[in-house]
Design a protein. Structure first.
Length: 63
């Protein structure tokens, strides 16, 4: 099992979040636990290889 970082905020009665690795793909939940479940489902979809042209975040070391 690996760990994935996510970013989230609460907007009125919903938690909105996205995976740090995939910032363009957001999901939500009524509770933080539900948001985490939805993020796990989202990660499964995005890492399945079935969705073309997924935008990702990378790192570049510059001198």
């Amino acid at each position: 099992m690996e760990r994935k970082k996510f970013i989230y905020y609460q907007e009125e009665d919903m938690f909105v979040g996205w995976l740090e690795e995939f910032p363009d793909y957001k999901t939500q939940g009524e509770t933080l636990a539900e948001l985490k479940e939805n993020l796990q489902d989202l990660y499964s979809e995005l890492s399945s290889g079935n969705i073309p042209k997924i935008l990702r975040v990378g790192e570049l070391l510059v001198a």
